[in-house]
Design a protein around this ligand. Structure first.
Ligand code: FES
Length: 195
């Protein structure tokens, strides 16, 4: 995944300070990874390589814990985050079918983020709403009884709300310009009268 400019800056300017804060000790790797993830939202490969350099340890010793512990994410969180519950009740009720439907619709696999960073898809453990199984958490909203048809509905509502946002962005500057023009038109005759 391509790094954003902001992420590049953090990696080049702030990462060393974080490692220094922990006395550049390899035994502090986990808190260092946590802090870097807090800053970036995930652990991109160049950040892990830089941490390895700063700690004078092989890169594989950083990748190992970063991939082992669930708390670390290797992909950036999407603008829309889809979390499919794979706890026992949801799995039995068709959680994997919901997951496959999202994978197909989003064209990404579980644990991935779309290249435009619009969507991320991940599996989560029981979220405590087993009676609604299979459950999907979409941008912090819990959706129950998620069938492939419901997945289509969720995707359509994403597309509709994104379309509305785009429209607002387009209309914003145009509206301002229109209002300014209207103001000018109104003040124009007054000017002439005063002349
Ligand atoms: S197993 Fe999915 S909410 Fe409990």
């Amino acid at each position: 995944m391509k790094l954003l400019e902001r992420e590049k800056e953090i990696i080049s300017n702030e990462l060393q300070d974080i490692v220094d804060e922990y006395q550049s000790k390899p035994e502090n790797l986990i808190p260092i990874l946590q802090k870097v993830q807090d800053k970036l939202g995930y652990l991109p490969l160049p950040a892990m390589e830089k941490i390895a350099q700063a700690l004078h340890i092989p890169a594989v010793d950083v990748f190992g814990p970063a991939t082992f512990y669930n708390q670390f994410r290797l992909n950036p969180p999407g603008e829309h985050q889809v979390k499919v519950c794979m706890g026992t009740a949801c799995y039995m009720a068709g959680g994997s079918i919901a997951m496959e439907s999202f994978e197909r619709r989003l064209n990404i696999k579980e644990g991935e983020t779309s290249p435009d960073r619009k969507y991320s898809l991940e599996r989560v453990a029981c979220v405590g709403c087993c009676t609604m199984a299979p459950v999907v958490v979409v941008d912090d909203e819990v959706e129950g009884s998620v069938t492939p048809t419901r997945v289509d509905g969720i995707m359509l509502s994403f597309e509709a709300s994104d379309g509305e946002k785009k429209q607002e962005q387009v209309e914003g500057p145009e509206k301002e310009q229109r209002e300014e023009l209207e103001k000018e038109e109104k003040s124009e005759p007054e000017k002439k009268e005063g002349e």
